[in-house]
Ligand binder design. Structure first.
Ligand SMILES: NC(=O)c1ccc[n+]([C@@H]2O[C@H](COP(=O)([O-])OP(=O)(O)OC[C@H]3O[C@@H](n4cnc5c(N)ncnc54)[C@H](O)[C@@H]3O)[C@@H](O)[C@H]2O)c1
Ligand SMILES: [Zn+2]
Length: 378
């Protein structure tokens, strides 16, 4: 679909359902992201309007099918062929075994390039389903309905990854969706812990990378923690705007610009792996961002008061900032598997002169990283 036509159609659909929208601009793979209350109730109409398909496989978790089946099924006309493919929730299932089981389901459901994979769930579902959609038959159409704050704030754009037993997010693909529906009403059923985890990703993009007013954000944290749809939607949109701007410049990471999105994630990924995923991504990110800001300060790039400001916002969101007791050398070992690294060593994304300016570092010595880990230890 031509860009002009895509925009006009999206404006019309947004008007019809009192939703907002953004276009992620990737030339002939550009796609709309809709934000609205109960927007998933109209999935069928969106699939029709964007001429996606009448045969879909919905990848999700059993608990989420229970929550959203009625809404989704009601929205799909009878002529639609719908298959649900469910797998248990949890980061430990974001792996190749799950992907292979889902390929089997796609074969059984006769999914082909004229069908679509719909991802209904949080980041784990989004990553796994995106990977399946990118690789099954070398790529089939893909629709995203993220249902956690974290996945609405972050996964709506960009690539996907699954875990390898040696490291987190080591295997991945870039496969853009045709359509994303962000339904703010789906966040009402989220446990507080999941809201906190999502706020970590908002701090990451909205404050640290986007340089949005941190005082206003901080004052809004209470509303976010009580799942206020309007406030959440406001920050989700800003977060995606920041992410889209970075990805549009470097979709697949060729120029290295895309690595900026890894801000705060170097310690995070390694920490998740060291703790065998017993810590959630968002929770680890609170510590990871504090670590990356501390390192930025230790290397002379970031003012101490900015580290403190960030630490306070993370704490106010109910997230930890301190590294728990663990084997730091092992943590460093996992950091050595990070995709940003060069043959010379571990690289970080650092903040420079405040929020909003991130940069990829050169290789940083083990000594300096260990000293940072000591400073952020509980
Ligand atoms: N590809 C990317 O760009 C990208 C970016 C950030 C994070 N991620 C990945 O996302 C994952 C974390 O995502 P997450 O925090 O959404 O975790 P998650 O997908 O595991 O969801 C957390 C829990 O919330 C439940 N849940 C989902 N929606 C719900 C709802 N509306 N109501 C009640 N419960 C609901 C899920 O079943 C699960 O138990 C990590 O694997 C991380 O690596 C990927
Ligand atoms: Zn993240």
């Amino acid at each position: 679909m031509k860009k002009k036509e895509l925009r006009a159609k999206s404006e019309r659909m947004a008007g019809k359902y009192t939703a907002d929208f953004q276009i992620a601009d990737f030339d002939n793979r550009s796609y709309p992201i809709f934000y609205g209350k109960n927007i998933m109730n109209h999935l069928g109409h969106f699939l029709d309007e964007y001429k996606i398909t009448e045969r879909i496989i919905i990848i999700s978790h059993p608990s989420l099918k229970k929550l959203f089946n009625k809404k989704i099924s009601r929205s799909l006309p009878e002529r639609y062929e719908v298959t649900w493919a469910l797998f248990p929730s949890g980061e430990k299932n974001k792996n190749a075994d799950t992907v292979h089981r889902l390929y089997d389901k796609c074969v059984q459901a006769k999914i082909d390039k004229n069908s679509a994979i719909v991802a209904l769930g949080g980041g784990v579902v989004q990553d796994v389903a995106n990977y399946v959609a990118a690789t099954y038959m070398r790529g089939v159409p893909f629709v995203q309905i993220p249902t956690t704050l974290l996945s609405q704030a972050d996964i709506g754009v960009g690539g996907c990854s699954i875990n390898h037993n040696k490291g987190k997010s080591l295997i991945g693909q870039f496969h853009q969706p045709c359509l994303v529906l962000m339904d703010s009403s789906s966040l009402k059923t989220l446990p507080k812990k999941e809201l906190r985890d999502g706020i970590a990703e908002l701090i990451n993009k909205v404050i640290c990378l986007g340089n949005y007013d941190s005082k206003i954000f901080s004052a809004d944290i209470k509303k976010m923690l009580s799942a206020n749809s309007k406030t959440l939607q406001k920050y989700i949109k800003i977060s995606n705007k920041v992410k889209i701007k970075i990805i549009e410049k470097d979709e697949t990471g060729i120029s290295g610009h895309r690595f900026l999105l890894d801000w705060g994630h170097t310690i995070t990924y390694a920490l998740e792996k060291v703790l065998n995923y017993s810590i959630s991504h968002g929770t680890a990110l609170g510590i990871g961002m504090h670590g990356a800001a501390t390192l930025s300060h230790q290397l002379g790039f970031l003012q101490k008061n900015k580290v403190k400001e960030l630490e306070e916002i993370i704490k106010k969101s109910g997230l930890p900032t301190k590294l728990p007791k663990l084997n730091k050398k092992k943590l460093l070992l996992y950091m050595r598997l990070d995709k940003k690294n060069t043959e010379r060593g571990v690289c970080f994304i650092l903040l420079k002169d405040g929020f909003g300016k991130a940069m990829l570092s050169d290789a940083i010595s083990d000594e300096k990283i260990l000293s940072c880990l000591d400073e952020i230890s509980a």
